[in-house]
Design a protein around this ligand. Structure first.
Ligand SMILES: Cc1cc2nc3c(=O)[nH]c(=O)nc-3n(C[C@H](O)[C@H](O)[C@H](O)COP(=O)(O)O)c2cc1C
Length: 214
């Protein structure tokens, strides 16, 4: 199996990455990403913002044939899961407030936020999240979704292509990959090489339908 370094991005601007990203339906099989490139994609994905800087996410990178087969079995048999170089299971974490003090500590240590500010954030997060399953789930889904979009744009900028997928059985994914009880598999993101060069971004609804200027 060929392991590809990131294609030299031709000075891709964020606007070019947004404009050129397409949901790829057929990936060319037989490609792999180096683990260092997978790490770089996730590093960039984790630069997405989260409420309170919760960083309530985890990324499972299915990149071995066995892992991709296991994932395909719980993703309605979608062929792209096996053909993509790597498929990220992007998980959002519930109970994020309980880890917040620990997660904020490096920013306190580096003088980015003051200790009393961190304490206030932890208190506010506890007040809103403790015992509130709906808020916890909403925030898990928001965080993982922002990470997923960031990861797709990072991949696009590196010369790879991607497809987000919600076509999977969440319980099946949780079991097959031994996710924690507090982890929600929010979205899969397949990354690799396209089988054909002719996939085009679908048309979007007119701006007038979706934008309200107030
Ligand atoms: C949350 C989400 C779930 C999706 N699930 C699937 C999926 O399970 N299988 C699939 O082939 N495409 C899936 N897609 C891709 C969409 O069909 C695609 O993004 C949409 O049609 C727009 O296509 P475009 O991005 O190429 O313009 C999903 C996209 C998103 C954002």
């Amino acid at each position: 199996m060929a392991i590809h370094q990131a294609l030299a991005p031709a000075a891709t601007t964020i606007q070019q990455a947004i404009a050129s990203r397409v949901s790829i339906h057929a990936f060319a099989p037989g490609h792999a990403l180096a683990d260092a490139d997978i790490e770089q994609l996730v590093q960039q994905a984790t630069q997405a913002p989260t409420a309170f800087n919760f960083q309530n996410w985890r990324f499972v990178a299915a990149r071995s044939p066995a892992a991709k087969q296991r994932l395909r079995a719980v993703a309605y048999g979608q062929q792209k899961v096996e053909d993509a170089a790597v498929v990220f299971i992007i998980c959002g974490s519930l109970q994020a407030h309980r880890r917040l003090a620990e997660v904020l500590q490096p920013s306190v240590d580096d003088g980015i936020i003051a200790l009393d500010v961190a304490d206030a954030l932890v208190n506010a997060a506890h007040a809103v999240h403790e015992g509130n399953a709906a808020v916890q789930r909403d925030e898990a889904i928001r965080s993982a979704s922002l990470a997923a979009m960031t990861l797709m744009l990072a991949a696009q900028g590196q010369g790879w292509v991607s497809c987000a997928m919600s076509g999977f059985d969440p319980q099946g994914v949780s079991q097959a990959f031994a996710l924690g009880a507090e982890e929600v598999p929010v979205v899969l993101v397949a990354v690799g090489h396209a089988a054909t060069a002719d996939e085009r971004q679908k048309r979007r609804r007119p701006l007038a339908d979706v934008l309200e200027l107030v």
